[in-house]
Design a protein around this ligand. Structure first.
Ligand code: SF4
Length: 397
C-alpha cells in the first residue's frame, strides 16, 4: 500500500475513489462509484467544476501541491505531482494528512485486506493482529471490488484471518466472482475455522468458481505447529480445515515460512505432506518477512538460508518424490542452493520489493525475488552476493 501526503478540501466522508481523466470520465462514470481526476490547468479544473455543477457529485479534483495557482471550488485532494496512475484506487479519510493507494492496476500482485483480527498469534506474523471490531473493512473490500476498472488475472484476499468475517466473506467472494469472472481469487487463511461444518458449508457450497486457498502449515505434529502459531489445538483444526477444503474440491497451496524451528523439522514436515496431504496443489516454501512479530522473535526467525541448504534440499526432495509441486518464495537466488534456483519465484509484491547495491552486477536479477524493502530494519536472508554469468554456465553444463 502506497501512502501519499495530501490535503483534503471539501471531502466530507471516508471514501474510495478510482483515478480517471477528464476524457475517461465520460465512459467510466457510474453513480455508485467515486472518481478522482487530476487537473493540471485552470481550464481543466473549470471543466471538472462544470461537470460537478451538472450533477456529478461523486467526482473530486486532484491538484498538484507544487502549483499554488490552482484554486478549486469543488472537492479536491492536493498532493504530490505525478504520484497517481490511471485506474489507481485511493482511500481518502477526512481529517487525515495521508491518502493510501490501495490498488494499482499496473502492479503484478493485487490484494484486498479484509480484517486485522486473527485467531492465531504466529511468531513471525508480519501484520500483528488487533482485537477491535473492523468489520467495516468488509464494506470497503466490496467497494474496492466495484472500483476495479480492469479485472486483474489474480486477486488475493488477506488479513488477519479472513474467515473471522464469517459469512460476509462469502458475499465478498460472490461479488468478486460476479464482477470479475476472469480473475483467479486466492485467500490467505489459517483454515482453522473450516473445522466448523456450518461455516465451511456457508463459505464453500456452490461457489461459482473454485477459490485457491493459501494455508500455512508449520509442523508435522501439534507440538511444532501450535508453538509457531502460538495457539493450542491449531494443528488439529488446520488439518480438519484442509480435509474440508479437499471435500469441497478447492485448490490448496500450503505455506511454510522458513524460520528456525520450522527449518529444523522441514524434512519431516515435507514427508508428512507427501504422505498425508498429497491432494494439495502446491507447497510454498517462503522466506520470512523481517517485520512485525518476526522482529520481536528475532532469535527464532532470523536465519541465513545458506546455512540451511541441506534442510531445504531434503524438504524439496521429499515433496518431489511425493509428486507434490512446490515453489520457493521471498528467497533471493543467492540464498539458495543452485539446484533450487528453477523453483524460486519472483514473489515479493512490487511496492515492497527492493534490491541491494550488490545486485547491480548480478546476472540473474531479472528473475530474482530480491529483498523486502524493510530488510534494513531487520535482516537479509543471507549475505547478498551477485551471481556471475560463469556460475550460471557452470550450473547448466
Ligand atoms: S545478488 Fe541480488 S539479484 Fe542477485 S541473486 Fe542475490 S539478491 Fe538476487
Amino acid at each position: 500500500m502506497r501512502k501519499l501526503a495530501v490535503k483534503l478540501q471539501g471531502i466530507q466522508r471516508r471514501q474510495l475513489c478510482r483515478v480517471s481523466t477528464l476524457s475517461g470520465l465520460q465512459q467510466e462514470w457510474e453513480p455508485d462509484l467515486n472518481f478522482l481526476v487530476p487537473a493540471s490547468s485552470q481550464e481543466e479544473l473549470r471543466q471538472l467544476e462544470t461537470l460537478t455543477q451538472a450533477g456529478l457529485s461523486n467526482v473530486a479534483a486532484y491538484l498538484s501541491d507544487s502549483d499554488a495557482t490552482l484554486q478549486s471550488a469543488m472537492p479536491a485532494v492536493i498532493g504530490p505531482p505525478d504520484s497517481l496512475e490511471q485506474a489507481d484506487i485511493i482511500t481518502l479519510t477526512p481529517g487525515s494528512k495521508h491518502a493510501h493507494i490501495i490498488y494499482r492496476q499496473s502492479d503484478l500482485h493485487h490484494s484486498l485486506f479484509l480484517t486485522n483480527r486473527c485467531n492465531s498469534y504466529c511468531l513471525m506474523c508480519s501484520q500483528p493482529p488487533t482485537q477491535h471490531d473492523d468489520s467495516w473493512l468488509v464494506g470497503e473490500a466490496l467497494q474496492l471490488a466495484r472500483h476495479i476498472k480492469t479485472s486483474p488475472p489474480l486477486l488475493g484476499i488477506s488479513g488477519g484471518e479472513p474467515l473471522l468475517a464469517g459469512t460476509a466473506l462469502r458475499e465478498v467472494i460472490d461479488t468478486i466472482q460476479d464482477l470479475h469472472p476472469q480473475t483467479c481469487l486466492e485467500i490467505l487463511t489459517n483454515g482453522r475455522l473450516f473445522s466448523q461444518a456450518p461455516l465451511a458449508q456457508a463459505l464453500l457450497q456452490d461457489l461459482a468458481q473454485p477459490v485457491r486457498w493459501l494455508v500455512p502449515l508449520y509442523g508435522h505434529a501439534d507440538f511444532l505447529h501450535d508453538f509457531v502459531v502460538q495457539s493450542p489445538g491449531a494443528f488439529e483444526q488446520t488439518l480438519e480445515g484442509l480435509l474440508t477444503l479437499q471435500d469441497f474440491q478447492q485448490p490448496i497451496q500450503l505455506r511454510i515460512v522458513l524460520i528456525e524451528p520450522v527449518l529444523r523439522e522441514l524434512s519431516e514436515l515435507c514427508h508428512f505432506i507427501a504422505r498425508n496431504l498429497p491432494f494439495v496443489q502446491q507447497v510454498a516454501l517462503m522466506g520470512c518477512e523481517p517485520i512485525g512479530f518476526a522482529l520481536a522473535n528475532r532469535d527464532l526467525c532470523e536465519v541465513d538460508l545458506r546455512a540451511w541448504q541441506q534442510e531445504l534440499l531434503a524438504g524439496a526432495t521429499a515433496l518431489r518424490r511425493g509428486h507434490v509441486p512446490y515453489v520457493l518464495m521471498n528467497t533471493p537466488l543467492c540464498a539458495l542452493p543452485e539446484e533450487l534456483w528453477p523453483d524460486a519465484h519472483r514473489s515479493i509484491s512490487d511496492w515492497k520489493q527492493v534490491y541491494a547495491p550488490e545486485c547491480q552486477d548480478c546476472a540473474v536479477q531479472s528473475s530474482c525475488s530480491g529483498l523486502f524493502a524493510w530488510h534494513e530494519r531487520g535482516w537479509k536472508p543471507t549475505a547478498i552476493k551477485a551471481i556471475s554469468m560463469r556460475q550460471i554456465h557452470e550450473q547448466i553444463h
